[in-house]
Design a protein around this ligand. Structure first.
Ligand code: FAD
Length: 383
């Protein structure tokens, strides 16, 4: 008789890999399949920050920011070798947000997550601190810290640890079909193999509804909006190991972050798209990012300075707000199909993957009687 896994996960992004690690470490038998490389999609196209998300405070997302700040501490602790704290400077401009509002936001940001090893925020004299980088008109700035991380590596390390705990990780193997036969999920893969499982998790990121409709043949309860975020990469714009958070007149913010020793990473834009496939930055987005940098820095850039670009797509739960205001929190949709559980995971952040994985196992507890232990991933280092 062929093996019946406890858990089958569609998608080896950070969420799928995180769930696989957590579940395998609790003694469950896990199989994960990705149509590409583990960590090869959205989870390697992010801004590469483990952050609370200062800007989400403006949308009153206190719960998400609090959880993210707590997770920032934990993920940094378990993945120090692929991450580092980095100071972010917000140059102040009265026309966009008043100083008191930013200071209040930073006070919350410093404290919402509880005890932290990451330095607290402070006000800076920019003309003294960064006279060569920023235009002279930006006199006051606010400094706060977040964590920069290798997003793809984080995903791969989770998958690797899952493997160490006997999970089966299949790459370049698309899930073509998932159906229930004889009270088991039967998952048909691209290589024609069939895998059986008791529980099915759909963690296919921006492909979530496509997978649900086309491959599992079930209607989704959640309407999603696909929002593309793009980055440009230039040669290092300045030598200091500091990042900037620029506010734009449309109230959006843009990061300029030191990247891989020799480069600067600049992003992101937000544009709605129809499909999760082959996303690339548009001319307008490129211009928007260039303009944002040129508004703030002494060094002026143009298209010629761009050495690379990348774009990723977020699936945001439709709530009819403008893209920058739609929640970045995750939503679980647990469906019972002919008595078997199917869990669809919508949205989320790189930052919250570990907590998300813990919550998945909590929500699925009654379907996974072989679970040998409780939460454990907050203490065990990734390697
Ligand atoms: C531009 C941008 C910047 C971001 N920056 C940050 C940031 O700085 N910090 C932060 O915390 N979060 C950030 N995020 C959010 C974060 O990147 C995502 O929440 C996270 O990467 C989503 O991971 P995932 O596992 O859900 O999706 P993905 O990484 O996309 O994984 C889904 C996987 O499913 C696979 N798949 C799809 N269909 C199938 C199928 N039928 N069979 C098999 N496999 C399939 C895909 O190949 C893919 O690998 C950003 C997002 C974007 C778009």
């Amino acid at each position: 008789m062929s093996k019946v896994f406890d858990l089958f996960i569609i998608g080896g992004g950070i969420n799928g890999a995180g769930i696989a690690r957590d579940a395998a470490g609790r003694g469950l038998s896990v199989c994960l399949a990705d149509k590409g490389e583990v960590g090869g999609a959205t989870s390697s196209w992010s801004t590469k920050l483990i952050h609370g998300g200062l800007r989400y405070l403006e949308n009153y997302e206190f719960k998400l920011v609090r959880e993210s700040l707590k997770e920032r501490e934990i993920v940094y602790k378990i993945a120090k070798h692929i991450s580092k704290p980095i100071p972010f400077i917000i140059p102040h401009t009265d026309k966009i947000r008043p100083a008191w509002l930013i200071k209040f936001g930073l006070l919350l940001y410093d404290n919402l997550g509880g005890k932290t090893t990451i330095p607290k925020s402070k006000t800076l004299d920019l003309n003294k601190k960064f006279p060569s980088i920023l235009k002279e008109k930006y006199k006051t700035g606010f400094q706060y810290y977040d964590i920069q991380i290798d997003d793809k590596k984080l995903t791969k390390l989770n998958a690797q640890d899952a493997k160490r705990n006997k999970a089966k990780i299949l790459e370049y193997n698309k899930v073509k079909k998932a159906e229930i036969i004889n009270n088991e999920w039967v998952i048909s893969l691209q290589n024609r193999k069939k895998i059986k499982s008791k529980v099915l998790i759909n963690a296919s990121g921006p492909w979530i509804n496509e997978t649900l409709h086309k491959n599992i043949k079930i209607k989704s309860k959640n309407k999603i909006r696909l929002v593309k975020g793009s980055h440009i990469i230039t040669k290092k714009l300045y030598k200091e190991d500091v990042a900037f958070t620029f506010q734009n007149t449309d109230k959006r913010i843009i990061f300029v972050i030191p990247y891989k020793k020799k480069f600067s990473l600049i992003g992101t834009t937000e544009v709605e798209v129809k499909s999760p496939e082959n996303s690339v930055i548009s001319k307008q987005e490129t211009q928007y990012l260039i303009r944002s940098v040129n508004n703030y820095l002494n060094k002026q850039i143009s298209k010629k300075d761009i050495v690379d670009t990348y774009s990723g797509i977020r699936p945001l739960i439709e709530d009819f707000k403008e893209a920058s205001k739609v929640t970045r929190d995750y939503v679980f949709d647990l469906q019972i199909v002919k008595k078997l559980p199917l869990l669809n995971i919508y949205g989320g952040k790189l930052t919250t993957y570990r907590k998300l994985s813990e919550k998945v196992l909590l929500d699925l507890k009654k379907f996974l009687p072989k679970t040998k232990k409780g939460p454990w991933t907050d203490k065990k280092k990734l390697f």
